[in-house]
Design a protein around this ligand. Structure first.
Ligand SMILES: Cc1cc2nc3c(=O)[nH]c(=O)nc-3n(C[C@H](O)[C@H](O)[C@H](O)COP(=O)(O)OP(=O)(O)OC[C@H]3O[C@@H](n4cnc5c(N)ncnc54)[C@H](O)[C@@H]3O)c2cc1C
Length: 396
C-alpha cells in the first residue's frame, strides 16, 4: 500500500499515483532536461529551464501535502523520480533532489504561515527551495553546524558560513541549520530556519566550478546578522536531531541514491548502444557479439539492478516507518555510489577511444559520479553508521 508523510504522519493512499508521476518525470527528462544537459555541464549553468518545466508539471510539490496542491508522496516516489531525472541530467536531478529534501523538512512540522508562504507556492511550481547544512569547519559532519542564531524581539538573527549549498543564489529559500551560542558541542540541539533569497546579510561566494555536477551552483554563503521572522523557525528550537534522522537523512539519502542510480543507468545505456551499433570492417563482427564484452555488460547490468532493488526496498521501508529502514537506506546510498563510479568507468572502457575523445557525455557521467561518495552522509560516514547500527551501538 503506498504511503505518504504529512506533518510527520504517514498517510495511506488508495491507489499509487507513483507510476503516473514517474512517467511524467521521465517525459520531461527526455524532452526538456536531457537536451539541456550538455550546455548545463559545459557552461556550469544552473538548470533553470529544467526546474521551471518540473514546476509547471507540479513535480516540485512531490512532498508538499495534497491539501496544499502537492502530491504528498514520500521516499518511494523520490527514489524513482530522481532516478529518471539523473538519467537525463545529474545536476538537474540534484537541484530537484535538494529542493525535495528541503520541502520534506518544511512539511514535517509546518505551521499555517509556512504552508501559505512556502509549501503552497512550492506545490504550484513557483518556489524552489534548498538545503544549507554543510559548513567549511565541520565538513561532512553536516549535523554539527557552527552557524549561530539568537532571538531579537520577533525575529531570529543568524550568523555563520555555509558551504556547498545546491542551487545557491538561485533558489527562493534555504533551510539553514544553526545552534544557539554555546550549544555547538551538543549534536542534538541544532535548529533549522528558513532564509529567503533576498535576505539582507546573505552573501554568496564565487560561482561553482566543480569537477562534475557543474549545473548545481553548490556555492558557499555567509550569513552576517541575517534577520528572519520568528515564523521561519522549523519545528521547535533545538529539536532538529529529529529532523536529521527522521527527515533530512532519509530524504537526502534517497535523493542522492536515486540521482546516482540514474547516472549509472545512463552510462550502461551508452555502453549498450555502442556495443550494439559498432561493427568492425575487417571481421563484420559487432562488438555486441564479443563474449568478453557481453560478460562485462552482464556484470554492469547486475550491479545497477541490484542497487535499484535495494534502493526501492529501503524507500518502501522508510515510507512504512520501519525501524529497519535506516540500515537499508545507508547501504543503498553506499552501494549506489560504488555502482555509479564503477559503471561509468566501465562504460568509458567499453566505448573505446570514442568515449574518451571529446569530454562528452561519458566523461560528464564519470565526473558527476565522483560526487556520490563525498556528498554527505559520505560513504565513510555511512559505513560507520551502518556497522554501528548492525552492532546495536548508537550512531554518533
Ligand atoms: C555537488 C555537491 C553538492 C552538495 N550539495 C549540498 C547541499 O545542497 N547542502 C549541503 O548542506 N551540503 C551539500 N554538499 C556538501 C556535502 O554534503 C558534504 O558536506 C561535503 O561534500 C563535505 O566536503 P568536505 O570537503 O568538507 O569533506 P570532509 O569533511 O573534509 O571529508 C573529507 C573526507 O574525509 C572523510 N571523513 C571525514 N570524517 C570521517 C570520519 N570520521 N571517518 C572516516 N572518514 C571521514 C569523508 O568521508 C571524506 O571522504 C554538496 C557537496 C557537493 C560536492
Amino acid at each position: 500500500m503506498p504511503t505518504t508523510r504529512e506533518g510527520g504522519v504517514v498517510e495511506v493512499q488508495a491507489a499509487s499515483p507513483i507510476p503516473r508521476i514517474v512517467a511524467l518525470a521521465n517525459e520531461i527528462g527526455e524532452r526538456v532536461v536531457a537536451p539541456l544537459a550538455e550546455r548545463t555541464d559545459a557552461e556550469a549553468r544552473w538548470p533553470g529551464e529544467a526546474m521551471q518545466a518540473l514546476g509547471r508539471a507540479g513535480l516540485l510539490g512531490l512532498h508538499a501535502p495534497r491539501r496544499l496542491g502537492g502530491f504528498g508522496l514520500g521516499l518511494s516516489a523520490l527514489a524513482q523520480v530522481t532516478e529518471v531525472l539523473g538519467r537525463s541530467c545529474s545536476s538537474t536531478a540534484m537541484c530537484f533532489g535538494m529542493h525535495s529534501v528541503a520541502t520534506a523538512v518544511i512539511a514535517a512540522k509546518s505551521t499555517p504561515y509556512q504552508e501559505e508562504h512556502y509549501l503552497r507556492p512550492i506545490a504550484a511550481g513557483r518556489h524552489v527551495t534548498s538545503l544549507a547544512l554543510s559548513e567549511p569547519g565541520t565538513g561532512s559532519h553536516f549535523f554539527l553546524p557552527r552557524a549561530t542564531f539568537r532571538r531579537d524581539g520577533e525575529a531570529y538573527v543568524l550568523d555563520g558560513t555555509k558551504s556547498f549549498v545546491t542551487s545557491g543564489s538561485h533558489a527562493d529559500s534555504y533551510v539553514v541549520s544553526a545552534v544557539a551560542p554555546g550549544a555547538e558541542l551538543d549534536p542534538g540541539t541544532f535548529t533549522c530556519l528558513l532564509v529567503d533569497k533576498g535576505a539582507a546579510g546573505l552573501a554568496w561566494a564565487k560561482s561553482w566550478n566543480g569537477v562534475g555536477m557543474r549545473g548545481n551552483s553548490s556555492r558557499a554563503a555567509t550569513l552576517d546578522d541575517v534577520r528572519v521572522p520568528e515564523g521561519n523557525l522549523l519545528g521547535s528550537e533545538g529539536d532538529q536531531i529529529w529532523f536529521v534522522f527522521e527527515v533530512v537523512a532519509p530524504y537526502f539519502l534517497v535523493a542522492m541514491a536515486g540521482t546516482y542510480l540514474g547516472v549509472a543507468q545512463a552510462a550502461l545505456d551508452l555502453a549498450v548502444e555502442h556495443l550494439r551499433s559498432h561493427r568492425y570492417e575487417h571481421t563484420s563482427e559487432r562488438l555486441a557479439e564479443n563474449s568478453a564484452l557481453t560478460e562485462q555488460v552482464a556484470e554492469m547490468w547486475t550491479v545497477v539492478e541490484r542497487c535499484r532493488c535495494l534502493l526501492r526496498h529501503a524507500a518502501e521501508l522508510g515510507d512504512a516507518g520501519s525501524p529497519e529502514a535506516s540500515k537499508a537506506l545507508f547501504a543503498a546510498k553506499v552501494d549506489v555510489a560504488d555502482a555509479a563510479v564503477s559503471v561509468t568507468n566501465g562504460a568509458m572502457t567499453l566505448l573505446g577511444g570514442r568515449g574518451y575523445q571529446d569530454n562528452g557525455k561519458p566523461a560528464r557521467l564519470m565526473r558527476d559520479a565522483q560526487a556520490a561518495h563525498v556528498m554527505s552522509p559520505t560513504t565513510h560516514l555511512l559505513k560507520r553508521w551502518l556497522g554501528r547500527s548492525v552492532l546495536g551501538l548508537p550512531l554518533l
